[in-house]
Design a protein around this ligand. Sequence first.
Ligand code: IPM
Ligand code: MG
Length: 367
Amino acid sequence: MSYTVATIPGDGIGPDVVREAIQVLDAAGKVFGFSLEYREAPMGGRAIDAFGSPLPAASLETCKNSDAVLLGAVGGPKWDKLPGAQRPEAGLLGFRAGLGAYANLRPARLFPGLEGASPLKASVIGTGLDLLVVRELTGGIYFGDRGRSPDGESAWDTERYSKPEITRLLRVAFDAARGRKKKLCVVDKANVLESSRLWRETAKAMASEWPEVELSFLYVDAAAMELVRAPGRFDVIATSNMFGDILSDEAAMITGSIGMLASASVGGRRPDGRPGPGIFEPIHGSAPDIAGQDKANPLATILSGAMLLSHSLGEAKAAAAIEAAVGRVIAAGYRCADIDSGDPAEKIVGTREMGRLVTEAMLEAGR
Ligand code: IPM
Ligand code: MG
């Protein structure tokens, strides 16, 4: 079996971490008998420099015609002064929308051995953390009408959601909860926002289709607090684009480091109705201050590669093998500099060495 994967290394540490994920994916292919053909697509700041646009049409086309997309990170200080619509981040948002990838799955899990790296006390972590943020990705305030008054003295952004947009996202979340611990918490601000009240109404109306899933609601401020007070109470969190952006960073941090968290953006369709390519990316940013210095943690991108295999290519066994390989490398005490678990036995390694260790662990599993 052979698959095509579009790669968007992007900016900052993006190329550093994508390079390592590709190595691990290739090792998984060797062990499980498939091959991956990569096509690089420029996007973000690099694309602005080379083509004058953060999202060249040819890049979007390459991705649409692939089985999946592996993305590093985009953005950096060099492009921060550009007007909003020309920034690398605008390219990323347009890209997600262009592929119709409306459901963003962000699993936050504490790997055994990293308990000490979490900023939370052991008594709060309890027996471990394992939750999934399902973030709406192609609507809401990040895509709503925005502008400035003629005198520039006031500005606005609009949160707007339609029932179909909410319904399709919640379907993904209900289904995910059914396959996990069967708890779904919809996070909103229904005590203030009309759009949030529509989210609540819609979720309640859908609940009878998933009788085995326990549905609950939390206001976003309370959810932010609960995530650090009692994170173990969560299974699946479904929420809007902006709230999901914020809460997923928080969820990532409590698992030790934002450098560990993978994500999958799915839901798009091809013109013939088949599922479109998913986008798989770490949730961390481009960290320009450490780009190219062999310091970035590639594990979030490597784990995104695992999600790519299971969600877009149907190679679930290979995906599980990558996750297990990462688990073994961590259990052996290897860390990147972003993770400080306080354990004197840990060995801090660079980006390349971490990639090599996971690749080796992957190949060993096949022997
Ligand atoms: C993320 C990032 C992006 C987002 C930025 C870079 C536009 O923060 O993937 O969470 O807000 O979606
Ligand atoms: Mg974010």
